[in-house]
Design a protein around this ligand. Structure first.
Ligand code: GRF
Length: 207
């Protein structure tokens, strides 16, 4: 159902590259399937295609190049100030390739999500699809989780399995996992804003 008025579910998105997850979130918002509004997209890489895509769709988009900041804290502080000024209530990492500083995580405690192309805690970090193939697992998938100060860590919200086929390459597996990512992230955002996610220690309970 399309929202009847402007959504109060304000989302900030951080990315470093392609931005297909951002596009999927925007598509779901545009189709009325997700009651949310992306108020700001921040990229740390000047060449991030997601930055261009956001601007083309009329979403405010900002480059905060980490190379121009004296420290991670300073870079993250600049992003945090912009997100707060935009009124973001939830920050979604969508292919954001840098570890967030503890001060950023504290400032947005419980309000930052990430999506990762494996069934965490297996295969954190880069090249998760290659890691899965090399480990010989038969099932991989994707995970949306709350962010803490470690890499691809933090309480798991939802996961979606994807079979690993005998002839999979990292590229073919990536493509099939991405299809699931594009659905899963919006589901988690909707759950978040519906107030149905409760963090109990390491576990996220969906009420
Ligand atoms: C996705 O595979 C996501 O799980 C990971 O980085 C990739 C980003 O892809 N964190 P895109 O930029 O959203 O297309």
């Amino acid at each position: 159902m399309p929202a009847t008025g402007p959504s109060k579910n304000l989302v900030g998105v951080l990315l470093s590259g392609r931005g297909s997850n951002l596009a999927a979130i925007l598509d779901r918002i545009d189709s009325g399937d997700l009651d949310a509004k992306v108020v700001l997209v921040i990229a740390n890489e000047p060449g991030a295609a997601g930055l261009v895509a956001a601007r083309e769709r009329g979403v405010p988009a900002l480059l905060v190049d980490h190379r121009s900041s004296p420290s991670r804290e300073a870079h993250d502080g600049e992003m945090a100030a912009a997100l707060e000024a935009a009124g973001a209530r939830l920050v979604c990492l969508a292919g954001y390739m840098r570890l967030l500083s503890p001060s950023f995580v504290r400032r947005f405690a419980g309000c930052v999500m990430n999506i990762h192309p494996s069934l965490l805690p297996s295969f954190p970090g880069r090249q998760a699809q290659r890691q899965a193939i090399e480990a010989g697992v038969k099932i991989s998938g994707c995970t949306v989780h709350f962010v803490d100060e470690h890499v691809d860590s933090g309480p798991i919200i939802l996961q979606e399995p994807v079979p690993v086929l005998d002839d999979d390459t990292p590229r073919t597996l990536e493509t099939r996992i991405l299809e699931k990512e594009h659905v899963l992230y919006s589901r988690c955002i909707a759950l978040y804003f519906s107030g149905r996610l409760r963090v109990v220690g390491r576990r996220v309970v969906v009420t």
